[in-house]
Ligand binder design. Sequence first.
Ligand SMILES: [Zn+2]
Length: 448
Amino acid sequence: MTTARLIQGADLAGAGVGDLLLVDGVLAAAGAGAAEQAPAGTQRVDASGLVALPGLVDLHVHLREPGREDAETVETGSRAAAAGGFTAVLAMANTNPVTDTAEKAEHVADLGRRAGLVDVHPVGAVSKRLAGEELAELGLMARSVARVRVFSDDGKCVHDARLMRRALEYLRGVDGVISQHSQDPRLADGTACCHEGEVSGRLGLPGWPQVAEETVIARDAMLAKHTGGRVHVAHVTTAGGVDVVRWAKSQGIRMTAEVTPHHLALTTDLLTGFDPVFKVNPPLRPDEHVQALREALADGTIDAVATDHAPHATHDKEHAFVDAAFGMLGLETALPVVHEVMVRSGLLDWADVARVMSSAPARIARLDELEGERRQGQGLVVGAPAHLTLFDPSAVWTVDRDASLSRSRNNPWHGRQLHGVVQATLRAGRLTHSLLPDLPAHTQEDRA
Ligand SMILES: [Zn+2]
């Protein structure tokens, strides 16, 4: 039986208003003439006023399973991702146990398939147990069924230059990339919990200097140049870090970078209330850095937006600021925040958003080379898998942490007004999230 949907009158990611015809999980037609090709029995969906974006891809999420299912599971994280417009996520390796073998990577991929809402691609650890001493099973993970292409000790920096060099040399052979948490542990006090500067001095909090990030990015640029390997800078937060990435790209060095929505929007000033919801690693930075990050995302120096969605159980987060866990939720608010700080400000248009939140991250993780419905980041192109996000930019809502689909509540946007709501998400033509009356979620074929 054919399943067909005609999405009518949407803004096609900046390519003008038109229709999208989805047939059996594939984008069968796009633009003005799509309606004529609709087979009998096609479900019609009024999408006027909505922006149609290709399914979003998140290079950086923490799904906490296995090990901290009290904070998040692959299934609850997948629900939050679908509600945020995502059709694929990369799940970081700092679980318990750490994803440092092919078997553990396949286990995470399997949990993702069972949840069945977004493609969950495990990130492999660079070092065994994230200890920074011995390389993990990089080749076996790459060649496993989980087909790992992104490797990271995220949460920790691969700070041993020799280990980083060997990993880069090794991963060249499997076209893998190292997503680096760029932060020299030797330049930061072990108790550091925020940006080192005027605010940390005033509040008496131990800080991380920005140079701890900048020096690692600079070193990694030179190691990438030397080895010919690929380095991806996870969550860049500093103006100096951006300058290094810009220089590296100008030299043809294989370096890419991501920025989080929270680092694009929130500043160190929020710490004056000592609310641990704003404690995050790397830390929020002063406004001059935030402005530099926005400009770098607009000019292409930063390739992608990634959430660093980091759920924490309340008993880990509700502590005095210095003792609380690092991290904040991000999947359900990412697109509204990017809309607000980048699109409404005129720095990006919708075609750019499709690039930084879908095609570029898919390319970095090599998800654009997969076969069939797991192929991501193709854009709204006829013949591509029908991964689609429908976004209403005119809706205004107040974030309520208790309405979140994540299992955790550490939401830095709680109580704030955001502009724009993800109305529906489809992965390979199947609904994974919907608020639209025309598109009731969980119909029979969507459960198939
Ligand atoms: Zn990190």
